[in-house]
Design a protein around this ligand. Structure first.
Ligand code: A5P
Length: 234
């Protein structure tokens, strides 16, 4: 990643931190952009805010800076969820899960009244699948069996590794198949087809869950709320 792209991401995260107001319950997604958000939140004077983290990684980052944490068990409705993404299309459909946290991220997105996604402009795509594979979290027992089904759906699955030999294990104790689909024509259909396979926990296609996208780019930060705004940016 070039230095510039990193600074776009940091600027977008700073903007997103401004959405968090006193007394809110806020879902926190995972990833490097969310770590920037957490750093910003720690500098803001906000009172009585409870954060529900989607991963062990972001939970640790939030604890490190002293944010107050809660669980979905205590707060089943969130005022706001803020998260990053790997790809976002003009309909605000997304691919997420490069960090392996998409299963819990989808839950905190569904649980929120408002979802705001924070990205740098390299994450905006014309069609999902252009750059990233779709992460599919699966029960370890079913991984090799599901690979065949994913091939039948037109994908090219690859078991995620950590280093050369070790299989990557999610916070939920499962494996991830990264499935390259190239350009995805119907994200909603594919999301459902993958989740119907026995042994699949959740996949990283997110449809209809996003209210706004905060984009960091060369010229600053823009909040996108419509397809028209999106098309001006890409
Ligand atoms: C975590 O599993 C992901 O869904 C992240 O939200 C996504 O990969 C974006 O991560 P970065 O902010 O690190 O690019």
């Amino acid at each position: 990643m070039s230095l510039d792209v990193k600074s776009w991401k940091i600027a977008a995260a700073r903007e997103a931190a401004g959405l968090v107001k006193d007394g809110m319950v806020v879902g926190l997604g995972s990833g490097t952009t969310m770590v920037e958000l957490v750093k910003n939140l720690s500098k803001r004077k906000i009172k009585g805010v409870i954060f529900v983290p989607a991963s062990v990684m972001i939970e640790k980052a939030a604890k490190r800076v002293g944010l107050k944490l809660g669980t979905l068990g205590d707060h089943d409705e969130l005022d706001l969820t803020i998260d990053g993404a790997d790809e976002v299309d003009q309909n605000f459909n997304m691919i997420k899960g490069h960090g392996g946290a998409h299963a819990r991220e989808k839950i905190i997105a569904k649980a929120a009244r408002r979802v705001v996604i924070v990205v740098d402009s390299t994450k905006l795509v014309r069609k999902l699948g252009e750059r990233f594979p779709v992460p599919v979290e699966v029960l370890p027992f079913s991984a090799s069996f599901i690979e065949n089904d994913l091939i039948r759906l037109g994908g090219h699955p690859k078991l995620r590794k950590e280093g050369a030999k070790k299989t990557y294990v999610t916070d939920n104790g499962n494996y991830i198949l990264d499935v390259k689909f190239h350009r995805i024509q119907n994200p909603a259909k594919l999301e459902c087809e993958i989740n119907c396979l026995p042994g699949v926990i959740e996949n990283g296609i997110f449809v209809g869950l996003t209210d706004a996208v905060i984009v960091g780019h060369e010229g600053g930060v823009t909040t996108i709320r419509s397809k028209r705004d999106f098309l001006k940016r890409i």
